[in-house]
Design a protein around this ligand. Structure first.
Ligand code: NAP
Length: 305
């Protein structure tokens, strides 16, 4: 085998799996399509990760990266394109090479969900963004909308407000899904919310100029001028490597695991947001640790469970 364990994805789950694998004497390679950190690096603010009452996503993930790197061999910018059974283990094909591994941890996370409305793709990068931390500073003193009502949307709105943007939240229902403490901050900061409203089209040429909005209760349609729109309407699991191996997912595509992070294929584990359920950094870390330690069974190593 080229490696005992292949970890796919260097986000919170993948970094923690690497730390626990290394500490347990497991030889591991961690693959990532980019430079690591995952979607957490897009979070302007992470509150209550134990030991860090308030830290930016980039800072927390940089710390995890620095902590994890001595424990495994990190292959950044190397996308895994296929995993296949191979003898007692697996063949991992990447854009650069093929590797054999005794066990696999899939920690591929999620991608931001799109609104799927006209104008969204055309104006992506021209006022349409999925990441306030990445693009917010271009919109200081400008009028921006944040679409969504969950924790991410509210955090993005608060962050953009802090950058001096003129922010409006647009939410499809009459109540935020975000935690109460975050919802209260929206009130305190006087961030206006357009309730019961969906975006039907994003218009502008060559950049965003207006949003076509529809009130779901009254059916009324309006056009409102905005310089930018931050879309924060949830996530889609990146589980195609798992499904091509025949691993079971739920109806939304999240990988099904047991309490030890085993998937329905022996020797393959999954950890972090790609497994759905409670999607928090702390649970992703816990799942990464559990998957790494449980993989010792597959690898014929003893661990005193
Ligand atoms: P989320 O909780 O799934 O919220 C998605 C929001 O987008 C919901 O308000 C939803 O509306 C809305 N939405 C979905 N599809 C839409 C569409 N087509 N058009 C308009 N609105 C649409 O997603 P998230 O905020 O990205 O959070 C993802 C996970 O990360 C959650 O588990 C969350 O708790 C966690 N998270 C935690 C923190 C934290 O501080 N602890 C921070 C960020 C994220 P409805 O409300 O009507 O469904």
């Amino acid at each position: 085998m080229d490696t005992e364990l292949a970890v796919i994805g260097a986000g919170a789950a993948g970094y923690t799996a690497a730390i626990y694998a290394g500490r347990a004497g497991i030889d591991a390679i961690v693959f990532d399509t980019g430079m690591g950190g995952g979607l957490s690096t897009w979070a302007p603010r992470i509150e209550n990760y134990p030991g860090f009452p308030d830290i930016s996503g980039v800072d927390l993930m940089d710390r995890m990266k620095e902590h994890a790197e001595p424990y495994a061999d990190f292959h950044y910018n190397e996308e895994v394109t296929a995993i296949e059974p191979d003898g007692d283990g697996f063949k991992v094909t990447t854009a650069k090479n093929t590797y054999t591994a005794g066990a696999i941890i899939i920690a591929t996370g999620t991608t931001p969900r799109q609104l799927d409305v006209p104008g969204e793709n055309k104006l992506r990068g021209r006022g349409v963004s999925y990441c306030a931390t990445c693009d917010g500073s271009f919109f200081t003193d400008k009028k921006v909308a944040v679409v969504g009502g969950g924790n991410s949307a509210v955090n993005e709105a608060i962050y953009l407000h802090g950058l001096g943007c003129n922010v409006t939240l647009i939410h499809r229902r009459d109540q935020l899904r975000a935690e109460e403490a975050l919802a209260q901050e929206v009130d305190k900061k006087d961030i206006p919310v357009i309730w019961n409203t969906v975006v039907e089209e994003i218009r502008g040429d060559p950049v965003v100029e207006t949003l076509a909005l529809k009130n779901r209760k009254t059916g009324e349609t309006t056009q409102q001028a905005f310089d930018g729109v931050f879309i924060s309407v949830g996530e889609t699991p990146q589980s195609s490597l798992a499904t091509s191996l025949g691993i079971e997912t739920d109806s939304h595509g999240y990988i099904q695991t047991d309490e030890r992070q085993r998937t329905t294929v022996n020797g393959v584990y999954a950890a972090g947001d790609v497994t759905g359920d409670i999607r928090q950094i702390i649970t992703a870390c816990a799942e990464g640790a559990t998957a790494a330690l449980t993989s010792m069974h597959t690898l014929g190593k003893s661990y005193p469970f």
